[in-house]
Design a protein around this ligand. Structure first.
Ligand code: CU
Length: 183
């Protein structure tokens, strides 16, 4: 988008400079042609191309079901988060959300009582935790580490304390945590 906007802005500035220095060049075209060509045809062509590009790019960022992407589950409950691992029930329920680092992970987000919002600011945008419904957000921690998460939707008197810790691990360490139960 930035590249497209830069090219377009440069084109406009160059045209402006040309007609400023050589008014006779600009006068060769009727004002009507400047308006239709520069004001209608060019934006329609450029914006159509950019919109198509943006739609495809946006589509790729969505969390479409993918068997290669590990899944974890986050459930909001006044005023704590409970995490579980749908493909590894032996790991039980944890207070800390464990994910493997260096790969995308789908977080299935839901709620027990009211609407909360799952948010790990360094990894992804916010997503609502709605009772009786499952939203999915795809997150990706580049390297192992500890990340802070919060509830981003006011949900009552304990809202500000509804924080949690996300730990991203090396794949081997992650597997050990899953099979060894809660650390
Ligand atoms: Cu909340």
């Amino acid at each position: 988008m930035l590249a497209g906007a830069t090219v377009l802005a440069l084109l406009v500035f160059v045209l402006l400079a040309v007609v400023y220095r050589r008014p006779d060049l600009g006068a060769r075209f009727e004002p009507y042609h400047w308006i239709v060509g520069g004001g209608l045809i060019m934006p329609v062509v450029v914006l159509t191309a950019l919109v198509i590009y943006a739609l495809f790019t946006g589509e790729r960022l969505l969390a479409h079901p993918d068997p290669d992407v590990p899944r974890v589950s986050a459930r909001g409950e006044m005023w704590v988060w409970r995490f579980s691992y749908p493909d590894h029930p032996e790991a039980g329920e944890t207070d800390v959300l464990h994910i493997p680092a260096g790969q995308p992970v789908d977080v299935l987000v839901t709620s027990t009582d009211v609407i909360h919002s799952f948010w790990v600011p360094r990894l992804a945008g916010k997503i609502d935790a709605i009772p009786g419904h499952e939203n999915v957000v795809r997150i990706h921690a580049d390297r192992p580490g500890t990340y802070r998460g919060v509830c981003a939707e006011f949900c009552g008197i304990g809202h500000t304390e509804m924080i949690f810790t996300l730990m991203a691990h090396d794949p081997e360490e992650y597997q050990a945590i899953l099979s060894g139960g809660t650390p």
